[in-house]
Every structure is written in C-alpha cells, then in structure tokens.
Design a protein around this ligand. Structure first.
Ligand code: SF4
Length: 695
C-alpha cells in the first residue's frame, strides 16, 4: 500500500462543468503515468463536501483525448480549398500581432472584438479585458454570460444592486420554501439539487416548481405548474399584488429598506390572479394555493435559470422575482434570497472580472469617471469611455462592416449563440479571426489562426461559483503537447502588441486585481490555500460575505428598489405554419455543446443519441412512436431528429437537449433577444414538425 501511495499524486481542483463549484482531489499516476486519472475524491469542498455528480466524478478523460489541439494552426488559403497547417507559436503569434496591428491602424481599435471564456479562470478573464481596454484600446469585450445569465444580473442590478446570489447554498438548504422557476436543477446543478431534495424530504421544506417540463424536481414538488412560455412575469407579479391586497406584504421591511413602493404597486394594477390564470393558462386555485404557501412561510429562496432568462422579457422576469422577494421580506436573513443558478463553472467570475462591455472588474462602470481614472492610473493608459459591443452586437457589427477582427477564447460560439446560420455567415465575413481552445470546435472552422489552450487540470488560478465563492485550482498535470494555459497566451499576445506585462503566476494577476477592484480587496492566494474559500465582496482584512445583504443593499442610498412591471408578449409565438413550441436545455450527463463530455467515452456511451421529446398527446395525434425520425423546421433552419415520446412534456411542447454536436439546436433558434441585455430568446422558438415514414 505504501508503494501505491508513493506512485499516486493527489491535487486539489475545482469542477470544470457547472457553477455549483464542487471541489475535490484528483488522483493521478500509477502505472498509467502522470496523465492517468485514477480517481476523483470529494471530501472537503465548501459546496459539495462528499458529493459529486456524474460529470465531476467521471467527466475528465477529455483531457487526454486524441482530439486535443497540441500545436498552433494557421489557415492556408488555396483555390482547391483551405486547409490548416501546424505552425510554431512564434509564427502564429507574429502573424496575429501583425494582422491585429494592421486592422487597428486601418479601422481603429473598435474594429476588433474580444470574447473571454466562462471556462477560464478569473485571472484569465481579467487579462482578456485588460488586453481589450489597455492594449487594443476598445471596450468590445464580453463573455458567454450574454447567452445565459445577463438578464438575471440585470434584474438584481435594478432591485438590490449586486449581480450575484444573495446568500449561499446553505441558505437554500435551510429555507422554509424553495421556489424553482425555469431550472432543471436536478440535471443542470445536480449537487445543489441534492441539498434541496434532502431538505424537502427530511426537513419539511416546501418546494414549488414552475416549468414547461415535468423534470425530477417538478415530480418531487408540493406544487408543480406549467405557465405558458414567456408569461412568468405575470404570475410572479400577481403574487406580489395578492400579498399587498391580502395584508401579507411586509410593510415594516418595505418602509425601512425599499424605495419605489407606490409606483410599483400602481404598476401591479392589471396583475390580478384572474388575469394571471388567463394569460399563464394556470388554474386560479393553483395560483391561490401558491400565494397562501408564500404568505405562510417564514423564509423563501427563489432559484431560477435559463427557463426565465432566455426570453425577450428575461430581465423583466428576473426583476419580477426579486420584486416578489422584496414584497415578502425575503432578503437580508439566512434562508432567504435570490439565486440565479450560474451555468458554467466560472460564468460568475468571467463577468465579475470585467469581461463585459460596460463594466470593469467588480462591476465598476466604464462610464464612472472615478473608476476609469483608477484603472487608467493602475495600468498607465487611457481607457475609452464608450460602452463596447456585446457578443450579439459584435455579430451584427460584422455584417454592418464595423467589426473586422475577433479574438475568441474557450467558446464554441457557432454552436452556443442562437441562429447558427447567421453567426456562421458573420464569421465568414471577418477579415481576421483567432480562436483559442482545447479542441478544434465548429467555430475553429472559420478561424485564420487556432491557438491550443490548456484545460483546467493543466493550469492554476481561481474560479468563482454560483454562490460568489472563490476557490483555487492547482495544476494536476502539465500542459499537453505545446498547449499553454490561456493566461500565458494572453500575456504573450499583449506583449507582442506592445505591452510589457510580466506576470509570473496567476497569483500576480489576482494581486493586481485586488488592488484595483474594491469588491475583491481582501482576496489573496494565501487566504484561498487548499480548500479555503472566500465569498465576495471581500474586505481588505479578509472578511467575506456568505450573506450578501446584511447591513444594507448595494444601491446608492443603501435601500433596495421595487421596479415597476409591465408584461410584453413573447417576440415570436406559434402560428399556423410553425405551430409547436420548442424548448431546450441540458441533459445530466452532457455539458453544453458537448465538446468535453462527448470526448469522455464512458459518458458518451450512456447517451450517444440526441432526440426530441414529444408529448404522448402529440405523438398520438401524429401517429408517432419513439425512435421515429422527424424533420423540425423553424424560420431559421432545419434539423432531422429521432423522437422520444415522454410525458415530461405536454401538448404542443417539444424539448431538445442542447448538447448535441450532430443536432445543434441553434440551427433552429432565432435572433430575437432579451430587451435589456441581448441574451438570445432561445426558449421562444416556434417550429413545425414533418413526420418521416417508418423504415
Ligand atoms: Fe461539477 Fe456541477 Fe456536478 Fe458539482 S454538480 S460535480 S460542479 S457538474
């Protein structure tokens, strides 16, 4: 046994999949060598303790996949067709610097767009936004929270101030009532869902679920209901009105802590329970039952995800959630609060560290003179004052001829953004495109240069989980081939563009960031050693914030704001030709576009096929059986799929996992976006279905 122990190296890391932030020791070594993963052992993680899900436990073999990029690639154009050839780092980076310099000279810095990655570390997102602002000279920097959680952040900015969960996972576990809206928590955030399941089953926690689909949490719920797509704002606002009308609004809390009460109450006038029942197509008795449960509980948390945010009214519905929590006094106490569940492992951190077109790290505004001068002094440069382009605007700007070049890291944007045909057409028009990734993704097909990056097991740094928790990851194994950690590549790009950066370790980057962003003032690598964690904001003395609002809200005068409500119907609805509603989301075993999990043989073997879920009613009407092929068509594209008949969906609802590379759902989704943030309305896709004959 001693010999075996000697051959094994144990390294602490943080899960690279969802935002729950499970951490564990990875065992490597033995006869298989330094890159051989023997086991993943949870034990001391603040979020997960002894738990993991299938992805965290078994989803790591992609790091040794044959498909990993090992050397830089450069596109060679020819009449017979383009091809990629391997190149040295020096050749690839020299070409990149030449082309970016030339485009900047010809068209100005705003002709270049940069996109950081929610898979990368905080330090890497910090460097990407610094590269954009301090070296290229543009605020055209964004990250993939634009595709998921920006509306949730917007709703929280409007009402309580900080764009993060208002408490910790332990608050969710001790709450009297958990309401889940538009989140398939058991599959998308499995370890967090386990805490809710346990509290519900063993400790009498009430569970209310609103969703189009009867997933596991819906089946477990005390009350499950299916509001019509895009109408959540209506029943949420009706609950708020009911609280005021029936004497259950927390008037003392409101007068002490909340502005805008009267204007908000006025805006609630149309939102009666009867109106909500009609618009949402939910029985009146169900809504009244929910209202009584909410009024009766001592403490409530509301969890939400893409089922809320990926609509034209995603920000407004997120705001309605926060409004309801304020009306019922469910902030500022343990067991209460707003919990937008972050999707990627570091989607919280990518935004926190300033990879956004209007914000510096710590959500200081670009437009704020004091903040801009602080960064100008720290970096020794002038920073442009105008807000930059977000992901969505970048694609439009390519078509308009304003954006000529992009540098994109760790993001398969072609598959991740809505309306893939439109996005691909944009990439084709770019004069110069650099993609940095661990695999040759679909997006790489459009690149001029592809740079090989290292995944989380091959680098050091920090991630920030959904509960605003900083955690360190340590290098489990060395970078494969000639791949490099993203922070090293970004630094090299900056220096070839004229900067003089000299970071020897991600700790140097965190040190700089902590000195510039008050929200991270006390974050140090020592305070995060091993399994130690910190939840932002972190004061200089290292005091952190498990509960976000204790003394005041993060608004100018310390008081929250009730934000007036208005319901606007979904941008695209079902009509005569496109008569079915297509919903999409995750499967437990796979993650997003599947670039990682489809390269884990054990996981892929469990769910090799992609399918579209069809309700038993619709299957009967169309004489469909499981396994039969159908053509799905939207106004934007086509897909041929096999059918899975299941009562998880009802009526004319269809559901398509978003994880398939062969059947990318974004060939069907359109270009409508959330009104406030430009997050695509992925969940508002009318389609038609043509049944193919059985073979
Ligand atoms: Fe990883 Fe999320 Fe699973 Fe935890 S719940 S192991 S963070 S995928």
């Amino acid at each position: 046994a001693a010999m075996r122990e000697e051959r094994v190296k144990r390294t602490k890391t943080v899960c690279t999949y969802c935002g729950v932030g499970c951490s564990f020791d990875v065992w490597t070594g033995g006869k298989g060598g330094d890159r051989h993963i023997l086991k993943v052992e949870p034990g001391e993680g603040a979020a997960n303790n002894i738990s993991t899900c299938v992805k965290g436990k078994f989803g790591w073999d992609y790091v040794n996949s044959e498909d990993r990029l090992r050397k830089p690639l450069i596109r060679e154009r020819s009449a017979e067709g383009d091809r990629f050839r391997e190149a040295s780092w020096d050749e690839a980076l020299t070409l990149m610097a030449q082309r970016l310099t030339q485009i900047k000279a010809e068209h100005g810095p705003d002709a270049i767009g940069l996109i950081s990655s929610s898979k990368c570390t905080n330090e890497e997102s910090y460097l990407m936004q610094k590269l954009a602002r301090a070296v290229v000279g543009t605020n055209n920097i964004d990250n993939c929270s634009r595709y998921c959680q920006s509306p949730a952040t917007q709703g929280l900015f409007r009402t309580v101030g900080y764009g993060g969960d208002s408490g910790s996972i332990s608050d969710i576990a001790q709450s009297g009532l958990v309401m889940i809206v538009g989140s398939n928590t058991a599959e998308a955030h499995p370890v967090l869902a386990t805490r809710v399941k346990r509290a519900h089953k063993l400790h009498g926690q009430k569970l209310i679920v609103a969703d189009l689909r009867e997933h596991e949490m819906a089946r477990r719920a005390d009350i499950f209901f299916r509001p019509s797509p895009g109408t959540d704002i209506v029943w949420l606002s009706a609950l708020s009105r009911w609280m005021f009308d029936n004497g259950h609004a927390k008037t003392e809390f409101l007068s002490q802590w909340v502005n805008g009460v009267e204007e908000y109450r006025k805006s609630l006038e149309p939102f009666t329970m009867e109106y909500a029942a009609k618009i949402c197509k939910v029985p009146l008795e169900t809504l009244e039952k929910i209202a009584h449960e909410v009024a009766a509980t001592e403490s409530m948390c509301i969890l939400w995800a893409m089922g809320v945010t990926q609509h034209c009214g995603g920000s407004d519905t997120s705001t309605a959630i926060s409004n309801l929590l304020l009306v019922t006094g469910n902030y500022m106490r343990p067991g209460t609060g707003a919990y937008p569940l972050r999707g990627h492992n570091n989607v919280q951190g990518a935004s926190d560290f300033g990879s956004m077109p209007a914000y510096f790290p710590g959500y200081d505004k670009i437009a704020d003179d004091e903040a801009r001068e602080r960064y100008e002094q720290g970096w020794g440069v002038k920073i442009p004052t105008a807000k930059g382009l977000d992901n969505h605007e970048m694609v439009d700007a390519i078509y308009e001829g304003r954006l000529k070049a992009m540098y994109l890291i760790g993001e398969d944007m072609l598959n991740a953004d809505a309306n893939a045909n439109y996005v691909g057409g944009g990439f084709e028009r770019l004069e110069f495109f650099v993609v940095q990734d661990i695999f040759f993704s679909e997006t790489c097909r459009y690149a001029d240069i592809v740079l090989p990056a290292s995944p989380s097991l091959e680098k050091e740094g920090t991630f920030t989980s959904t509960e605003r928790r900083f955690q360190r990851l340590y290098e489990v194994m060395e970078p494969l081939g000639e791949s490099r950690p993203d922070w090293r590549i970004i630094q090299e790009v900056a220096n070839r563009l004229g900067a003089k950066w000299n970071y020897s370790h991600p700790a140097d980057v965190m040190h700089e960031s902590a000195g510039l962003a008050p929200m991270f003032a006390g974050v140090t690598y020592d305070r995060l050693a091993g399994y130690k964690t910190l939840q932002w904001p972190v004061a200089v003395d290292g005091t952190d914030s498990p509960l976000l609002y204790t003394k005041e809200f993060h608004m100018q005068d310390g008081r929250a704001k009730l934000y007036p409500m208005e319901w606007i119907a979904p941008c695209e609805t079902e009509g005569d030709e496109y008569d079915l509603h297509l919903n999409n989301g995750r499967l437990l075993e796979h993650f997003h576009e599947g670039n990682m999990t489809y390269r884990v043989p054990g996981i892929h073997a469990e769910t090799p096929e992609c399918f579209v879920e069809v309700s038993p009613e619709l299957a009967k009407e169309q004489s469909l059986v499981t396994g039969q092929w159908v053509d799905l068509g939207s106004r934007y594209g086509q897909l041929r799929m096999q059918v899975l008949v299941t009562d998880r969906v009802s009526g004319k609802q269809l559901y398509l996992p978003l994880n398939s590379k062969e059947h990318p759902v974004n060939l069907l989704t359109g270009s409508y976006t959330d009104r406030a943030t430009h997050t695509p309305a992925y969940k508002e896709t009318p389609v038609k279905m043509t049944v193919l004959p059985l073979k």
